[in-house]
Design a protein around this ligand. Structure first.
Ligand code: ADP
Ligand code: MG
Length: 358
C-alpha cells in the first residue's frame, strides 16, 4: 500500500498517534474549544483542555468523544484532520490508518468511525478492537494460544476482554472509568463537605492521592473549591481515606464487570486466565492499588502494564507491523468508496470549521 501507515488511539481523554517506523509521535487531549455562536473550532488539544471550566460563555469547550463513541462528529473530524495534517504534512499519498474501537461497538458506529477516518484525511482505514490493541501493547504475542484477560480503563469506558490467538473471545464495555472516578469525587465533596469543585480539580485529587484501598498512613492535600452554602471560594483539606470512600462504589462496579466477563468465559480460557492473570492498561489503571484491589475481588493475579496510557497506541503499532496477519483475521482496510459508494473528497469542506491554527 502506498502512503504512510498510521495508528490512532482515539480515546475519550486523549488522541495518541503512532507512525510505523517512528513510534508515538503525538499525544493530545481529546478536547475542542469552539465559538458558541458559529460552532467554529478555535482550539484543539491541550490548549482547549486548559479552558475546561474556565471558558467564557462565547466559547464552548467539549470532549467530542463520550463513552468511547463519537458524540460530536464534526468536532472529532476537526481533531483527526488537524493531527493527520500535522503528522503527514502535504504528502501526495494519503495515509493508511488503523484506528481503535471499543469492543462492544455497533455496526452503525463502526461505519461512522470509518466514515470519520476517510473524511479526515485517511486514504484507507481499518478498525481494531481497543482491548486487542492494548494486549499487543502490553507485550502479549500475536500468536499466543493461551487465554489472557485485558482490562483497559480509559476516561469514559472500561473495556474488559478475553484474548486468545490474536482475537477476542468474550468482552464487555462498561461506562465506569477515569471520568466516573472524577465525578464520584465531586459528588462526595459536595455531599460530605458542602464544597463544589470542578472536574479538573477532582482529577488532580485522584491523580495525587487517589487510592483503591484504605491506606495505613493517611495523606491530606489542600484544594480550592466553592462553598455550596455561602457561595464563597474556600480552601479545604481532603484525605486519602475520603477519596477511597468516594471511589469505592465505582471500583466495585469495575470488579463486578470483570466477574461478569469471567462468568461467560469458556472453561479452557478461564483456566488459562487463572494461570496467566489479568493485565490492566489505560490511564485509569494508574490509580494507586487498583491491581491489588482487582486481585482481592477476583482471586486472579493482576498486573498493571508498563506505560499503560500508551499501550493501545503501541499495540496498534504492533498490528501495523503485521498487516498481512490482520487481513487474515478479517481486519481489512476500506477506502471512502468502499464505505459510502462514492469517492468524493470532503476534507476541504472541513477547513471552514477551523478558524485558527492551534
Ligand atoms: N496517575 C493517575 N492516577 C489515576 N488516574 C489517572 C492517572 N493518570 C491518568 N489517569 C486517568 O486516566 C484516564 C485517561 O486514560 P486514557 O487511557 O488516556 O483514556 P482514553 O483511552 O479514554 O483516552 C483519565 O480519567 C485520567 O484522569
Ligand atoms: Mg483508551
Amino acid at each position: 500500500m502506498l502512503g504512510m501507515n498510521i495508528g490512532i488511539d482515539l480515546g475519550t481523554s486523549s488522541v495518541i498517534v503512532y507512525v510505523d517506523g517512528k513510534g508515538i509521535v503525538l499525544s493530545e487531549a481529546s478536547v475542542t474549544a469552539s465559538e458558541s455562536n458559529s460552532g467554529k473550532v478555535i482550539s484543539i488539544g491541550s490548549k482547549a483542555y486548559k479552558m475546561i471550566g474556565r471558558n467564557p460563555s462565547s466559547i464552548s469547550v467539549t470532549r467530542p468523544l463520550k463513552n468511547g463513541v463519537i458524540s460530536d462528529f464534526t468536532a472529532t473530524q476537526c481533531i483527526l484532520r488537524y493531527y493527520l495534517q500535522k503528522v503527514c504534512g502535504n504528502r501526495i499519498f494519503k495515509p493508511n490508518i488503523v484506528i481503535c474501537m471499543p469492543s462492544s461497538i455497533t455496526g452503525l458506529e463502526k461505519r461512522t468511525l470509518l466514515d470519520l477516518a476517510t473524511s479526515s484525511g485517511a486514504g484507507r482505514a481499518c478498525l481494531i478492537e481497543e482491548p486487542l490493541a492494548a494486549a499487543f501493547g502490553a507485550g502479549v504475542e500475536y500468536n499466543n494460544h493461551k487465554g489472557i484477560m485485558v482490562v483497559d480503563i480509559g476516561g469514559g469506558t472500561t473495556d474488559i476482554a478475553v484474548i486468545t490467538m490474536g482475537s477476542i473471545s468474550v468482552s464487555k464495555s462498561i461506562y465506569v472509568a477515569g471520568n466516573a472516578f472524577d465525578d464520584a469525587i465531586m459528588r462526595y465533596v459536595k455531599r460530605e463537605r458542602d464544597m463544589i469543585i470542578g472536574e479538573i480539580t477532582a482529577e488532580e485529587i485522584k491523580k495525587k492521592i487517589g487510592c483503591a484501598y484504605m491506606r495505613d498512613a493517611e495523606i491530606a492535600i489542600q484544594v480550592k473549591g466553592k462553598n455550596y452554602i455561602s457561595g464563597m471560594p474556600e480552601y479545604f483539606e481532603i484525605t486519602t481515606t475520603e477519596v477511597f470512600l468516594a471511589l469505592r462504589e465505582q471500583l466495585e462496579k469495575i470488579a463486578e464487570g470483570i466477574r461478569s466477563v469471567l462468568e461467560i468465559t469458556p472453561p479452557e480460557l478461564s483456566s488459562d486466565i487463572a494461570e496467566s492473570g489479568i493485565i490492566l492498561t489505560g490511564g485509569g489503571s494508574l490509580l494507586r492499588g487498583l491491581d491489588g484491589f482487582i486481585f482481592k475481588k477476583t482471586g486472579i493475579k493482576t498486573v498493571t502494564a508498563h506505560d499503560p496510557v500508551n499501550c493501545v497506541a503501541r499495540g496498534i503499532g504492533t498490528a501495523l507491523g503485521h498487516i498481512d496477519i490482520l487481513a487474515e483475521n478479517g481486519y481489512l482496510f476500506k477506502t471512502r468508496e468502499d464505505i459510502t459508494g462514492r469517492n468524493e473528497d470532503v476534507t476541504s469542506e472541513l477547513e471552514s470549521f477551523i478558524i485558527s491554527d492551534t
